[in-house]
Design a protein around this ligand. Structure first.
Ligand code: GLY
Ligand code: MN
Ligand code: MN
Length: 462
């Protein structure tokens, strides 16, 4: 069944009202009259006349479903309609942005600026205490703007809880990503029906000739997004490469033997990100069984996401469960409790359980404990945990447990922990790299919506 098309214009109207209310409060609390949010400028490579792909300031897209209007600005001043200074140069080198159109336009005053000078002159008349976000060179304190730190702390903190519009956008980004993942599955597996993602059936075989590079191209083709549009560079890692957490090299040649594939690849919709990982594996050395256990573990964790949960507790719970998997599969010769208490799980899972997700793949405010900017650092044993907040309804986040065979970390284990390991089995699994299973969830009062599983299910897959 195809899910009903969200009513984006209605959702957006509500979203803009929420943004206006959040900004009004934050501006009043920081004694500001308003704020100018710049979309950003193209950035030139050093000593070159070409630019990096344009990345809009996320606060601009938090208001406007626009990702490709460099040089533009939004003026927010409570009590007035927000003003968009929409940059549309006469430029025969580049395609200028289309005329403003779509469901957003009715909520703003819009001024077209045909040059940077014209855009600046439209801002020159502002009087009062204004902060700037994403200001071009010169920083936020230039051009008479007031420091933005206190304002930004409040705004970043508020962004964790998504509006229904934002959730619909992240859900759509997940649908696009799911189509990409399924296309990769079909290109990778001889008989895709024999597999579900994150599993390997007995007798399953991988297509000869599929390389990391070819699967990356398959993903781009199926999502219809070019690399610069994706929220992050896709990780397409075969065999031992799956142990490299942010693996970026794409081997052009297919490996002589294919044992596993870890693909961590997202998509964007109206600036909002999906961040999805799936792992496939051959049924050797117990890897298929390990995949099954990790799939069950990931689903257990997803079922424990709800408002009021301290994410640092859920992260510790992950290590408790991973210890169970290590013990059950004989990777360690100790009980689950002993393995957990020893800290050995951190060698197999060095990254955090998840992070906030939204306009940025690692969305802002994950380690903020108050709207005024106090931080709650990651717990000492888990320095890479990016989310240390107590979950609230509307938070959008990833749940991405993993289990990896990382040679450098295994080598670094102290002798006492090393004695816990079943090294023969670890060595047989090293060539598989590892497992990561990553879904995108939205917190609800008594549970969570799993946008990624919904997206796969709508395409007829688990
Ligand atoms: N794709 C990066 C991450 O999972 O956080
Ligand atoms: Mn992630
Ligand atoms: Mn990811």
């Amino acid at each position: 069944m195809t899910p009903a098309e969200p009513d984006f214009p209605a959702l957006y109207a509500h979203h803009v009202a929420t943004m206006a209310a959040r900004f009004e409060t934050a501006l009043a609390e920081t004694d500001l009259d308003g704020v100018v949010i710049f979309s950003g400028e193209p950035r030139y490579y050093p000593r070159d006349d070409t630019t990096a792909p344009f990345r809009v300031d996320p606060w601009f897209t938090a208001w406007l479903p626009l990702t490709d209007v460099p040089g533009s600005a939004l003026v927010v001043n409570p009590g007035r309609r927000p003003l968009v200074i929409y940059r549309q140069d006469d430029d025969f080198w580049h395609a200028p942005p289309d005329d403003p159109e779509g469901f957003w336009t009715g909520h703003f005053d819009i001024e077209i600026a045909k040059s940077g000078t014209a855009a600046r002159s439209l801002l020159a008349g502002l009087s009062g205490r204004y902060a700037a976000i994403g200001a071009p060179d010169g920083g936020p304190a230039s051009d008479g703007f007031v420091d933005h730190a206190a304002l930004l702390a409040r705004l970043d903190f508020s962004r964790a809880a998504k509006t229904d519009y934002e959730i619909a956008c992240i859900a759509r980004a997940n649908s696009i990503a799911a189509a990409g993942h399924l296309a990769v599955g079909a290109a990778f597996s001889v008989d895709a029906s024999e597999y579900s993602l994150n599993r390997a059936g007995p007798g399953a075989a991988f297509r000869a000739g599929a390389s990391e590079y070819s699967l990356h191209q398959t993903y781009l083709g199926a999502t219809g997004q070019c690399e610069s549009e994706l929220p992050y560079a896709s990780i397409v890692a075969m065999n031992a490469h799956a142990a490299i957490l942010h693996y970026q090299r794409l081997d052009r040649a297919a490996p002589a033997e294919t044992r596993s594939l870890l693909i961590d690849a997202g998509a964007r919709f109206k600036g909002y990100a999906a961040d999805v990982s799936r792992t496939w594996g051959a049924p050797d050395a117990g890897f298929a069984e390990l995949l099954e256990s990790m799939e069950a573990l990931q689903q257990t964790l997803c079922a424990e996401v709800r408002a009021g949960v301290d994410f640092t507790d859920l992260n510790e719970r992950t290590h408790e469960l991973v210890a169970g998997v290590l013990s059950e599969h004989g990777l360690v010769n100790r009980s689950a409790d002993e393995a957990h208490a020893s800290g050995i799980t951190r060698t197999f899972l060095p990254h955090g359980l998840g992070h906030l997700l939204g306009l940025q793949v690692h969305d802002v405010g994950g380690r903020q404990s108050t709207p005024t900017g106090e931080l709650r650092p990651a717990p000492e044993p888990h320095p890479f945990l990016r989310l240390t907040r107590v979950l609230e309804p509307g938070f959008s986040l990833t749940i991405e447990p993993g289990l990896y065979f990382i040679e450098s970390l295994l080598r670094r284990l102290d002798p006492e922990l090393r004695r816990m390991l079943n090294f023969n089995l670890v060595e047989r699994l090293l060539p598989f790299g590892g497992i990561r299973i990553e879904d995108n969830l939205v917190v609800e009062p008594s549970g969570a919506r799993n946008l990624t599983r919904e997206a796969f299910a709508a395409l007829g897959q688990e």
